[in-house]
Design a protein around this ligand. Structure first.
Ligand code: R7I
Ligand code: MG
Ligand code: MG
Ligand code: MG
Length: 355
């Protein structure tokens, strides 16, 4: 198996952090004016933090805070690094303790009940609180997907990626429309790490994997119970293929078909589409922005769950383009950006050991 470079691991974590911190500024707005977003970015670029980076940035109180997306991503990474493999008890504990330490990072409304149960000494099955969510149906939110990038950065084998993406998501998201979104996002990062994959091959591979993932009984029954057609993620991936064949796609069509919401089904495909479409220039986005920047700008311009869609697309784009496309002025505007570099190096070492 070929070995991806360290630059892709650094790019992935940095892209994810950028997407969360920049996206969070606009989270929940139904409409984001591109002109406003571009002038916000100009402001960041004009005032890069002074010498001293992170410390100076936070001393001036100017860095953009990360949200639950990054807090949970960091717990995933820290657990994988501490245990050198996926460990559900350790990961669950880290999620819950991180929430207890900093509860105001913008967590989903329902997932906090899972953390509270995980913190109780009476909890002896770490998957049980997630199964009890939404009257036993489990959450279909995008929280499993938003934090999953660490899994494909540790496991080179695609079967391991699927297995541990699912298990890591099931700690909070027991509905298959939640954890299948995490599998899809993990597969996208996995493929992005591979050298020189074309847009067409990338999408074809995602479709064939997801058609398999979504064909099991629980995926079929969960989708039907919520009134969706069979194989809903696979269908949206095919819609993405149609969109990419058109010379331009109106924002309204993207929002109607793919969405910008907090359900995994209404956000993971949108992140993947954003990454793929932004491989090409966009007439509305200034040319001096590179493909990774364009991806994040495009995601945020869609409005809605901007931090989460941009963090997922940022992870994919960062893994694909590598850290060369991570602009220092953007990165240095984000809280705790230097820790990202250290974590990427450790993940890279673990990944290489498993090759
Ligand atoms: O998925 P989750 O961790 O939330 C992640 C989102 C990201 O945008 C973050 O940036 C943060 O803002 O939150 O947390 P959950 O609470 O499990 O799911 C998020 C929301 O999805 C819930 O609060 C519900 O509004 C909705 N949701 C559901 N609604 C009805 N029925 C998820 N599952 C269901 C459901 O089964
Ligand atoms: Mg968030
Ligand atoms: Mg969650
Ligand atoms: Mg969000």
């Amino acid at each position: 198996r070929p070995r991806p470079g360290l630059a892709r691991f650094r790019g992935c974590l940095a892209g994810a952090l950028l997407g969360d911190c920049l996206g969070a500024v606009f989270e929940g707005r139904s409409v984001v004016k591109l002109s406003e977003l571009l002038s916000f970015l100009k402001g960041l670029e004009a005032a890069p933090p002074e010498e001293g980076g992170e410390a100076a940035g936070s001393a001036r109180g100017e860095s953009l805070p990360y949200t639950d997306d990054t807090a949970m991503s960091r717990s995933v990474v820290q657990s994988l690094l501490a245990k050198q493999e996926f460990d559900e008890v350790d990961m669950a504990k880290r999620f819950a303790e991180e929430y207890k330490k900093e509860p105001n990072r913008g967590y989903g409304m329902a997932v906090v009940n899972v953390f509270k149960k995980l913190l109780s000494p009476k909890c002896n099955d770490v998957f049980e609180p997630a199964r009890a969510q939404f009257n036993g149906k489990g959450s279909y939110g995008n929280g499993g997907a938003m934090r999953v990038a660490g899994i494909p950065l540790v496991y080179p084998d695609i079967q391991d990626v699927k297995k541990f993406a699912k298990l890591s998501a099931e700690l909070t998201h027991a509905n298959s429309l939640g954890y299948n979104g995490a599998i899809l996002q993990a597969l996208a990062v996995h493929l992005a790490l591979q050298e020189g994959l074309s847009r067409e091959t990338f999408l074809e591979q995602l479709i064939s994997h997801m058609e398999h993932v979504e064909a099991d009984d629980k995926s079929l029954s969960d989708a039907r119970a919520l009134g969706f057609e069979d194989l809903p993620f696979s269908r949206r991936l095919k819609k993405i293929k149609e969109f990419l064949e058109l010379s331009s796609v109106p924002k309204a069509d993207v929002l109607f078909e793919l969405g910008n919401g907090i359900a995994a089904l209404r956000s993971v495909p949108t992140a993947i589409y954003s990454f793929l479409r932004c491989m090409d220039a966009d007439p509305d986005i200034p040319e001096h922005y590179n493909a990774l920047q364009r991806t994040i700008i495009y995601c945020i311009s869609l409005g809605g769950d901007t931090d989460t869609i941009a963090t997922m697309a940022g992870a994919i784009a960062g893994a694909y383009y590598g850290e060369e496309q991570v602009p220092p002025s953007w990165e240095q505007s984000c809280e705790a950006f230097q820790e990202t570099q250290r974590m990427a190096k450790s993940l890279y070492e673990l990944y290489c050991q498993r090759l």
